[in-house]
Design a protein around this ligand. Structure first.
Ligand code: PLP
Length: 419
C-alpha cells in the first residue's frame, strides 16, 4: 500500500464521525419532511363505530386513519401520507416476511381531565426507533419530523382517544423492509407506518400481582445481540417460553442472564426491586443498560427520574442477581418487585418460580408501585402539569433534548461502524 493511501486510511479512520455527518448534510436523499404531509380523510363508509371502553381489548380495535411514509435507497424518504385505515398490498418476497427486517415502537396519547390530549415523552420513542433502525439496517429519520406527522394523525383521529382517565390511545409506529428480494441483505425499500388503537386499563380492577418463571435455560438477549433494540425478532422467540411459563402458574417470564443469574427484564417490561438493607434509605434497583441486553424503557427512565426527585430513596442502576433477591427475601429485606412499561405502567410481582419452587414476593398494601402508578397517571391525564406530557395542540417539542440511554446505544453502534 502506498504511503498516501495509508495516510488516507488513517484519516478516514480518525474522522469517521465527521465524515458521516458531512455525508448526511451533503446527501441528496430526501429527509422525512412533515411539511410534505398529504392527508386523505376517510369517507363516510370508511368511518367505523367506536367501541365502548369496557369492550376494548388490547390491540384489537383500530382507528379510521393511518400514517405511511415510503423510503427508497435512491431517493430517501417520500411524501408522508395520512390515509383511511387499509390493508397493505405486499410482494410475497418482501424481506420483512422472510428475514424479519422489522422494528416497532409502543407509545400512548392520553385524554386529560381537561379534555386535552397529550403524548408522553415522544422523542424518547423516536430516539429508540432510530437506534433500532440503525441496528436493523433500516433507514433513520429526523424524529421531530416523524412525531409531527404522528401528532397530525392523532388530531385527525382524536375522537378515538378514550374519554376516560384509565384508558388511552396506543400508538404503534412500525418500520419494515419491503424490497421484494430473497437475498439476505438490507432492503433498499422500506415502509414506515403508524396505526392507532384505543386501549382500556391494563388492570381493570387495580394492580394485580403476577407470577414469573425464572429459568436460566431461556435467554432473551445477550451481549453483542439486539436486546437494546425494539425489533419484532426479539419477541417471536419469547412466545413459546411464555406458554411454557403457564405450566408453572406464571403469567410472565423473568429473563435471567449469565452464570450468576442476573435479573434483566420481565416479559416485555423493565424490572425494579425495592430493598430495605436496614442502613438508611430504601434502595430502588433496576439493572443497568451497559451490556446492551436490556431495552431502554421510557417508563424505566421516567421512574428512575421521578423517584430520584422525591429524594426519599436511593435509586440504583446496578446489577442484581437471583441470589441477592432470594437472600434479601428470606431476610425480609426485599420489600417489593414490579415490572414497568408503557402498556401496564407498573406491574407488581407476586411470586417467582425458580429452581423448582415458587418463591412468594411481598406485595405491600401501600406499595411504591402504586405510588408510582398514581404519580405517572397524574402526569398522563394532566392532573399535574409536567413537561413530559406534550399537549398535541400546544405542541412544544424539544428536538435537541439529550437522551442518554439512546445516545449510549448509538455511540456503541457508531464505534463498531467506524472500526
Ligand atoms: C422488552 C421490553 N422491555 C421494556 C419495555 C418497556 O419500555 P417502555 O417503558 O418504553 O414501554 C418494553 C416495551 O416496550 C419491552 O418490549
Amino acid at each position: 500500500m502506498s504511503v498516501s493511501s495509508m495516510k488516507a486510511r488513517v484519516f478516514l479512520k480518525n474522522n469517521q464521525n465527521v465524515l458521516q455527518l458531512l455525508h448526511r448534510f451533503q446527501s441528496n436523499l430526501a429527509g422525512l419532511d412533515s411539511k410534505k404531509l398529504e392527508i386523505t380523510p376517510a369517507g363516510p363508509k370508511e368511518v367505523k363505530a367506536k367501541p365502548e371502553v369496557k369492550d376494548l381489548v388490547f390491540g384489537k380495535n383500530f382507528t379510521d386513519h393511518m400514517l405511511k411514509v415510503r423510503w427508497t435507497a435512491n431517493e430517501g424518504w417520500h411524501q408522508p401520507k395520512i390515509t383511511p385505515f387499509e390493508n397493505f398490498s405486499m410482494h410475497p418476497g418482501a424481506k420483512v416476511l422472510h428475514y424479519a427486517q422489522e422494528l416497532f415502537e409502543g407509545m400512548k396519547a392520553y385524554r386529560g381531565v381537561d379534555d386535552k390530549i397529550r403524548m408522553f415523552r415522544p422523542m424518547h420513542n423516536m430516539a429508540r426507533m432510530n437506534v433500532t433502525a440503525q441496528r436493523a439496517c433500516l433507514p433513520t429519520f429526523e424524529g421531530s419530523e416523524f412525531v409531527e406527522c404522528i401528532r397530525k394523525l392523532i388530531q385527525i383521529d382524536q375522537e378515538w382517544v378514550p374519554h376516560c382517565t384509565s384508558s388511552s390511545l396506543y400508538i404503534r409506529p412500525t418500520l419494515i423492509g419491503t424490497e421484494a428480494a430473497l437475498g439476505v441483505s438490507p432492503a433498499n425499500e422500506a415502509e414506515l407506518y403508524v396505526i392507532l388503537c384505543p386501549v382500556g386499563p391494563y388492570f381493570a380492577t387495580g394492580l394485580k400481582p403476577v407470577n414469573l418463571l425464572a429459568d436460566p435455560n431461556f435467554i432473551r438477549a445477550w451481549p453483542g445481540g439486539c436486546g437494546f433494540a425494539k425489533m419484532g425478532s426479539n419477541y417471536a422467540p419469547t412466545l413459546w417460553i411464555g406458554k411454557h411459563a403457564e405450566k408453572y402458574g406464571c403469567q410472565q417470564v423473568l429473563w435471567l442472564f449469565g452464570a450468576d443469574h442476573e435479573i434483566t427484564e420481565v416479559g416485555a417490561m423493565n424490572i425494579f426491586a425495592l430493598f430495605d438493607h436496614g442502613s438508611g434509605k430504601k434502595e430502588l434497583v433496576t439493572p443497568p443498560l451497559d451490556q446492551g441486553i436490556i431495552l431502554p424503557g421510557v417508563t424505566r427512565r421516567s421512574i428512575i427520574e421521578l423517584v430520584s426527585e422525591w429524594g426519599e430513596f436511593e435509586v440504583s442502576e446496578r446489577k442484581v442477581t437471583m441470589k441477592e433477591v432470594l437472600e434479601a427475601n428470606s431476610k425480609g429485606q426485599l420489600l417489593e418487585m414490579f415490572g414497568a412499561g408503557t402498556a401496564a405502567v407498573v406491574s407488581p410481582v407476586g411470586g417467582i418460580y425458580f429452581d423448582g419452587k415458587m418463591q412468594q414476593i411481598p406485595v405491600p398494601e401501600t406499595s411504591l408501585a402504586q405510588r408510582i402508578m398514581n404519580s405517572m397517571s397524574d402526569i398522563y391525564y394532566g392532573r399535574v402539569k409536567h413537561n413530559w406530557a406534550i399537549d398535541v395542540e400546544e405542541w412544544k417539542i424539544d428536538r435537541n433534548q439529550h437522551l442518554q440511554d439512546y445516545v449510549n446505544a448509538e455511540e456503541k453502534l457508531r464505534r463498531v461502524e467506524a472500526a
